[in-house]
Every structure is written in structure tokens, then in C-alpha cells.
Ligand binder design. Structure first.
Ligand code: 5RP
Length: 270
């Protein structure tokens, strides 16, 4: 049985990869065509692999971008903007009170209420401040990311924490019902904990799937019995822990207007 597996796996793998990239590109194209204002002056640009296709789609619109400032959410994002020939302005250099016309970003998971888990790429803090500065936050997620509840497929909540407080935060997360939260290590584990663009650590905290509005309306307890929390309550509890810079749960506070599209053989905007 081994030989066919060895022979066929590479081709299967590359076909799957191509289909996933196609889904990301399709989602990005729909999101940009629907939500990019022709006269945009300030645009937030998120992080990850899907956002690459967002920038590609912005360029493909053919609109005049010479007066538009693009605000990155980290190092990769800034390089992406500059590489596309667009103008990058870092968040700490924007004029006070500037509101972005729109901010685009990817997500690790999106639920039925359009709440998101973000931070798979460790950029969640800058992603959140950029999202909260925008009139409209467009979260671009292909079909793989849509789930009825957060933490169905993606099992942990990324949380950015001050290194000095990381072990304290782990204990507090356990008190909230997280089983075995851990500090994310860098790709080459020898370098130890992964450092964010702020020089902070990422803690990944497993929790059971998070309750959505319909669960709450049906009377389910939102307060963490057996570690089961509603989205907003858990986001608030985690952000209250001293040592936490930001949590990778994006919910109503950012006014997300998520756009999810993609899939093999067609687009499925929601
Ligand atoms: C980075 C993020 C990314 O947006 C998220 O991880 C999705 O990435 P990708 O588009 O590569 O699937 O939150 O912190």
C-alpha cells in the first residue's frame, strides 16, 4: 500500500494547495470589489497570506492610489504595501483622529455572528487597533474559515502578552477554564518564544467552542461554566488580565462587516 501513497501524495497535496490559494484569491477579489471605496484616502492592510490577494485585487481595480495612504499591521504587511508600489504610513505616524475609510484583514476563523479569531500570524494587536480605527472592517475569509462557532476548527485563542507576565497570564487563563494554554515558540524552536512586532509573546489558549447570540438567546450560561463562554464575555475577561496587551477575539466592538467568499467552483459571499 505504501507505493501508491508515495506516488500520489505530492500531486494531491499540490492540487489542494492550489485550490486553497484560488479560494483565498476569490474571497479577496469579492471583498475588494464590493468594499474598496474608489476615493479611499486611508486604508488599513492586515497580515497573513490572504491579505496578499487583497493588495493584488486593489491594484487590479485600476483606481488612482497616488493620494491614498495604506496603514500596515506589522512588518510583513508594510513590506507587502511597499512591494506593491503603494504608500505605507505606520500607525504611530497618522495624524491624530484619522479615521480609515476601510480596513481589510484575514481571519483564522469566523462564526455565524461574524465574530473572528485572529492572531495566527501573531499580528493581532496592530490588527485590532487598525480595525478599530476604520469606518468599515472587512474580514476576508475563504470557505474553510467559516464555522458555526469560534474554536470549532481553530482550537486556540491567540493572546499577546508582556513577556514578564506570561506565566501569570497562563495561570489566569487556566482559572477561566483553558486547558493547557501555552507560550508560542518561534519556527526554529531553538530561538525560544516567538516575539511579536512589539517584542511581546503570544499565548495560545484552548477553550471549548464559544457561544454565539442564538445560544445566549436560548438561555445558555455565558459565564464560563466548564470553560464554556460567550464570545464577548470571554474577550472581556481575557483583556482584564493584567499582562495581556490584546486578545485575538474580534467581535462587535470593531463593528466587523465580515465578507467571506471563496470555495471551489464559486464564490459564496455572506
Ligand atoms: C495574523 C492574522 C491573519 O489574518 C490570520 O492568521 C489569517 O491568515 P491567513 O490569511 O494566512 O490564513 O490574524 O495575525
Amino acid at each position: 500500500f505504501r507505493l501508491p501513497t508515495l506516488l500520489f501524495r505530492p500531486r494531491f497535496h499540490s492540487t489542494m494547495t492550489a485550490l486553497i490559494e484560488e479560494a483565498k484569491r476569490a474571497a479577496a477579489k469579492v471583498a475588494v470589489e464590493k468594499h474598496y471605496p474608489q476615493d479611499a484616502r486611508w486604508v488599513g492592510i492586515g497580515s497573513g497570506t490572504t491579505i496578499v490577494y487583497v493588495v493584488e485585487a486593489i491594484k487590479a481595480l485600476g483606481v488612482d492610489t497616488s493620494a491614498t495612504k495604506y496603514v500596515p499591521t506589522g512588518y510583513q504587511s508594510k513590506q507587502l504595501i511597499i512591494g506593491a508600489g503603494l504608500t505605507a504610513v505606520e500607525f504611530d505616524s497618522i495624524p491624530p483622529g484619522t479615521i480609515f475609510d476601510v480596513a481589510f484583514d484575514g481571519a483564522d476563523e469566523v462564526d455565524e455572528d461574524l465574530n473572528c479569531i485572529k492572531g495566527g500570524g501573531a499580528c493581532l494587536f496592530q490588527e485590532k487597533i487598525v480595525a478599530m480605527q476604520a469606518k468599515e472592517f472587512v474580514c476576508v475569509a475563504d470557505h474553510r474559515k467559516l464555522q458555526p462557532r469560534l474554536l470549532t476548527g481553530w482550537k486556540t485563542i491567540p493572546i499577546e502578552v508582556a513577556p514578564i507576565a506570561a506565566h501569570r497570564v497562563l495561570l489566569k487563563l487556566k482559572d477561566l477554564g483553558s486547558v493547557n494554554p501555552f507560550i508560542r515558540v518561534s519556527a526554529s524552536e531553538k530561538e525560544g518564544p516567538l516575539k511579536t512586532d512589539q517584542g511581546f509573546f503570544i499565548v495560545d489558549a484552548p477553550f471549548p467552542p464559544l457561544l454565539i447570540k442564538s445560544d445566549v438567546a436560548a438561555g445558555k450560561d455565558v459565564h464560563g461554566k466548564d470553560g464554556v463562554w460567550a464570545v464577548e464575555e470571554l474577550a472581556r475577561k481575557i483583556n482584564e488580565i493584567a499582562g495581556v496587551l490584546e486578545v485575538g477575539i474580534f467581535h462587535g466592538q470593531t463593528g466587523p462587516q465580515a465578507t467571506a467568499a471563496g470555495g471551489v467552483g464559486g464564490q459564496r459571499p455572506v
